[in-house]
Design a protein around this ligand. Sequence first.
Ligand SMILES: *[C@@H]1O[C@H](CO)[C@@H](O)[C@H](O)[C@H]1NC(C)=O
Ligand SMILES: *[C@@H]1O[C@H](CO)[C@@H](O)[C@H](O)[C@H]1NC(C)=O
Ligand SMILES: *[C@@H]1O[C@H](CO)[C@@H](O)[C@H](O)[C@H]1NC(C)=O
Ligand SMILES: *[C@@H]1O[C@H](CO)[C@@H](O)[C@H](O)[C@H]1NC(C)=O
Ligand SMILES: *[C@@H]1O[C@H](CO)[C@@H](O)[C@H](O)[C@H]1NC(C)=O
Ligand SMILES: *[C@@H]1O[C@H](CO)[C@@H](O)[C@H](O)[C@H]1NC(C)=O
Length: 367
Amino acid sequence: MLFSPKVLAATGVLLSIASIGAAHPGEGHEKRMQEAANARMVAAVNARALEACNARPEVKARKQRAIARREGTFDRLRQKRGLKDESFIHRRDDAAFSKWAAVDHNKTGLLDFNENTPAEELFGSNTSCVLAPDNANGPYFVYQELIRQDVAEDLEGIPLHLEFQFIDVNTCEPADVLIDIWSCNSTGQYSGVSAEGQGGLDSTYLRGVQPTDAEGIVSFDTLFPGHYSGRASHQHIIVHVGSKILDNGTYTGGVVAHLSQLFFDQKLIDLIEQLAPYNTNQIAQTKNLEDAFAGYGATEEYDPFVNYIVLGSDVSSGLFAWAELGLNTSSNWDFYAPYASIWQPGGGSDNPNFNFSVVGTPPPTHG
Ligand SMILES: *[C@@H]1O[C@H](CO)[C@@H](O)[C@H](O)[C@H]1NC(C)=O
Ligand SMILES: *[C@@H]1O[C@H](CO)[C@@H](O)[C@H](O)[C@H]1NC(C)=O
Ligand SMILES: *[C@@H]1O[C@H](CO)[C@@H](O)[C@H](O)[C@H]1NC(C)=O
Ligand SMILES: *[C@@H]1O[C@H](CO)[C@@H](O)[C@H](O)[C@H]1NC(C)=O
Ligand SMILES: *[C@@H]1O[C@H](CO)[C@@H](O)[C@H](O)[C@H]1NC(C)=O
Ligand SMILES: *[C@@H]1O[C@H](CO)[C@@H](O)[C@H](O)[C@H]1NC(C)=O
């Protein structure tokens, strides 16, 4: 979760989920309303900027390339797992959260599709995520993680191939940035942090960093996240602008221009939670609609739910999930992205300046 009771006890910080859910605990109602209005305006401006992008011929061509690439990735992943001839299922393309799925998650069904379904329909991103809202960073960001594509290590869980394409809303061009991901394991524990009950400073599982390519794309091989108290299953993701890649396989510097959390259809989560080792997790599940942080995604413009396709005929065969994400590379949200620790070979160290009081606060541009 953002805050396990153990973390709270360990740090002596007393915050309820409800107070974290409020934009800025302790601030006046008027200020919060103003901030919410501002966030909605920024979302609308970004959405319009991206929509304007879509009219450009080079953007249309890029979208066609994206569809072809996703189709290729899907075939490659199925081949690799020996699923070439199996039927598959996928998220209905017109499914969205809030508008987009929060209101009626029954729209987000797993429907049968087959090899005759046009690639455009399967891998197009029309109604999907073009913007994810900025969201709270949570207490478990680790600075200077390893630059690597495969972050699953030897953990058990449902394989999840993530492919993100980042577009700068200022230019409509692919963004030249570093993407940093982390999530908890199937039983709800994070690596890389010293907080009690988590994996410890010498663990790195389900964390990694990748530079975008010329098309603004990164991919990761990870595992479907588990859950912990008070939070729906989610995938953390932040974007660094202007970082320098180091010879030793990490990076330094830059600013955090986007921080968000991606969510998954409830129906998909429910299916996976029935499987081992997810089903050994004794912590009560929090549904998407009960998660205050998923709510940041519930605006007209933002859809923080990834598209996905199951590689074979059941979810244990693994998933391919993708999103096209707009970001403003001129943003600087460093203040909202404090890191709990710094990764170092053989075991990292706690950040002595970690500001725990902002980890539940999203930037003013949250949805
Ligand atoms: C989902 O929608 C279908 C068709 O609209 C309906 O028959 C079914 O009862 C719904 N299921 C739930 C759980 O709401
Ligand atoms: C995507 O949008 C375009 C333009 O609005 C439309 O022509 C196309 O049919 C849509 N594709 C899908 C899969 O909905
Ligand atoms: C991006 O952020 C910068 C700096 O805050 C701002 O001036 C600019 O208007 C933003 N661009 C868009 C398209 O929102
Ligand atoms: C998740 O991580 C914790 C802490 O590292 C570990 O004790 C647990 O065994 C892991 N769960 C699984 C299923 O690997
Ligand atoms: C890489 O080098 C940087 C800068 O010297 C250092 O801070 C970091 O701990 C090193 N990381 C690894 C994985 O060697
Ligand atoms: C920590 O964050 C709070 C805002 O939640 C701020 O008031 C405080 O100044 C910050 N502390 C430091 C050392 O930056």
